[in-house]
Write a protein that binds this ligand. Structure first.
Ligand SMILES: Nc1ncnc2c1ncn2[C@@H]1O[C@H](COP(=O)(O)OP(=O)(O)O)[C@@H](O)[C@H]1O
Ligand SMILES: [Mg+2]
Length: 253
């Protein structure tokens, strides 16, 4: 059975998509078979692996809005051991369309339950909001990673997200577990970055991963080259951070 991990934070620009792409690549490097699911209508994950969100037809949109779509039929191989379940731009309309579906919060979970292909990890990228798309990710996931940008004090946003998580946990998905808060875009030379990590540890204690993803231009450049940062700048510090994260996730802390 695959471990299903949602990557969520309702703030945009915190490194959700970068984490899905690069943690996925780091897990694949360890020999794991990985699926990356794009639940963000902006489709940055999809585009970052060279798929065109204006052209593809079998996507997370079809999976959510149509019945009995086989999960495997939506998957595209993008690199060794990595498949993407892409987003298309019409995913933006799914929120409204799903309003009439009584099972709207569980569409993704049910699609994954129909899946028979053996994967080790399924990582789900989410939009910067806590609407029905993020709720589908949280109800389908076993675990949650919350990336937090180390560049401003983000506690209010993180607390608001965690309240949603507890609500989902209580009412919809009791198996959902907070795998960890991930400090991203860390600047070693910045006192402020260190303060953010310190405050995260005060609030979330050992739920904060004992590693940081540094700010590194290579992370932003990699999707332009349609690659993960592990492939684009394999010796970079950011690649090392994602490798370390994959190690912690596979072996425990
Ligand atoms: N560690 C990093 N160092 C430098 N730039 C990063 C890093 N992580 C993400 N970025 C860049 O910051 C922007 C926001 O990251 P992204 O992963 O798209 O955030 P989100 O999915 O939460 O909106 C993107 O341009 C991305 O390439
Ligand atoms: Mg994103």
């Amino acid at each position: 059975m695959a471990r299903v991990i949602a990557i969520a934070n309702q703030k945009g620009g915190v490194g959700k998509t970068a984490t899905v792409a690069n943690l996925g690549a780091a897990l694949a490097e360890r020999g794991k078979d990985v699926v990356l699911i794009d639940l963000d209508p902006q489709a940055a994950l999809t585009a970052g692996f060279g798929l065109d969100p204006y052209k593809i037809t079998r996507t997370t949109y079809t999976l959510l809005t149509r019945d009995h779509i086989p999960f495997a039929g939506t998957l595209r191989p993008v690199a060794d051991r990595i498949h993407v379940c892409p987003a298309s731009v019409d995913l933006a309309a799914a929120e409204i369309q799903l309003a009439n579906y009584p099972d709207r919060a569980y569409r993704l979970r049910d699609a994954l339950e129909r899946n028979r292909m053996p994967f080790d990890f399924i990582l789900i990228d989410t939009p910067p909001s806590v609407g029905v798309l993020t709720v589908n990710a949280l109800s389908a996931a076993d675990e949650l990673i919350v990336p937090v940008q180390c560049q401003y004090l983000p506690m209010r946003g993180v607390r608001a997200l965690l309240e949603t998580v507890w609500l989902v946990h209580e009412r919809m998905n009791p198996k959902l577990d907070l795998l960890g808060v991930l400090p991203t875009m860390y600047r070693r030379a910045s006192k402020h970055s260190r303060e953010v990590v310190q405050e995260l540890r005060e609030v979330f204690a050992d739920r904060v991963f004992d590693l940081t993803i540094v700010e590194d231009d290579a992370v932003a450049e990699a999707p332009v080259a349609k690659k993960s940062v592990l492939a684009y700048a394999t010796g970079s510090e950011a690649a090392a951070g994602y490798r370390r994260l994959a190690e912690v996730i596979c072996n425990g802390r």
